[in-house]
Ligand binder design. Structure first.
Ligand code: G3P
Ligand code: MG
Length: 348
């Protein structure tokens, strides 16, 4: 069996391998926990025939609240403690851009939550679509702000601000209004509302926290997600201007996200388990071939991973039995508990 490192719990923690989990479609669906997920976590936490604990992290493309808030929610759903030190969401790596851009438009999510996330990342001047509508109601002919939105939105003359970048942190709750404002900025001179570029190539870049066209919810068929908004915006921009929009996606399957995950896992193993050596294998459990399986496989084959990344596809989310996944996993199983059992069996 694998060499192990004591962590004070009476059980040893393996230093050979670890797990990384996607959330939607693997652990959670439509806000409800997938029952096998609770059992899977117990197995990793030591309730297994090998008498070993296995480190793990969470890597979701989702977002829309602070990492701290999402971990509290996930802790309740999984009935165990999840720490921000073992969690990455779609917008987590965007914090590194807070130094680069001053005034930014932040789009998506519930109420003021994404503004709170952006300010927490250190973005200095955070503007929301609600702020812009409050300044000029004619911006969105069919969207009127609610009383709450009117109270929260910051009144200011947005015709005097250069908005340097757009960040879509979470799914838009108002595609038409948000699309209009993003298009206005992309068609402007240097991100200044109320202006129009003659060349349509002076607007700010638009960053999306991921590119999932669809995602798994409580509906029996996958629902459209942020990648669909991106495709729609690009098509509209092209139809109106004849130019390509400047869009960039974070999240899985980007290799940068897997590199970020590698660093997090190393830090997590060091801080909580006292393990300070590279892993042999990371088992990544996901439901979306285009994001989870593609990213894991490409990172594994990139030569950038010191560790083997082994992709496991589950049948509880976007991927449905009877279709052929667009990216082939190393293993396909029914659910996350089977995925954990498969990885652990491989190690012994
Ligand atoms: O909006 C979130 C969704 O697209 C994917 O989340 O946890 O499956 O990466 P997850
Ligand atoms: Mg998923």
């Amino acid at each position: 069996s694998a060499p192990a490192t004591p962590d004070g719990s009476g059980l040893d923690t393996t230093d050979k391998y670890a797990f990384a989990f996607d959330i939607d479609g693997v652990l959670i669906k439509g806000g409800e926990v997938i029952p096998e997920a609770i059992e899977a976590m117990k197995v990793l936490n030591g309730q297994n025939e090998y008498g070993v604990k296995v480190p793990y992290i969470f890597v979701t493309n989702g977002g829309g609240k602070t990492e701290e808030d999402r971990c509290i929610q996930l802790s309740n759903q999984l009935e165990m403690e999840v720490s921000p030190g073992q969690f990455i969401c779609g917008h987590t790596p965007m914090r590194e851009l807070a130094e680069k851009y001053n005034s930014v438009l932040v789009v998506g999510g519930e109420g003021e939550k994404c503004r709170e996330v952006a300010l927490g990342y250190g973005f200095k001047d955070v503007i929301t679509p609600g702020d812009i509508i409050k300044d000029n109601q004619d911006t969105t002919p069919f969207r009127k702000l609610t009383e709450e939105e009117l109270t929260n939105s910051k009144l200011r003359n947005y015709g005097e601000v250069d908005i340097e970048a757009v960040f879509v942190f979470a799914d838009s709750r108002d595609w038409a209004g948000d699309s209009q404002i993003i298009l206005d900025l992309c068609m402007s001179k240097n991100g200044r509302l109320g202006t129009r570029s003659e060349t349509f190539d002076e607007g700010p870049p638009v960053f999306f926290s991921h590119n999932d066209i669809v995602w798994a919810t409580s509906h029996s068929y996958s629902r459209i997600g942020m990648g669909a908004l991106r495709a729609s915006l690009e098509a509209m921009f092209r139809a109106i201007t004849g130019k390509d929009m400047k869009t960039i996606a974070f999240g899985k399957p980007q290799l940068g996200t897997f590199q970020f995950a590698t660093r997090l896992l190393q830090q997590w193993r060091k801080d909580t388990h006292g393990i300070n050596k590279p892993l042999d294998t990371v088992y990544f459990v996901g439901d979306t071939p285009e994001s989870d399986i593609r990213g894991t496989n490409e990172f594994d084959e990139s030569g950038k991973a010191e560790t083997n990344w082994y992709s496991i596809l589950v049948r509880t989310g976007v991927f449905q039995e009877g279709t052929r996944p667009a990216y082939m996993p190393k293993m396909t199983v029914d659910n996350v508990l089977e995925a954990v059992k498969h990885g652990m069996q491989r190690e012994f």
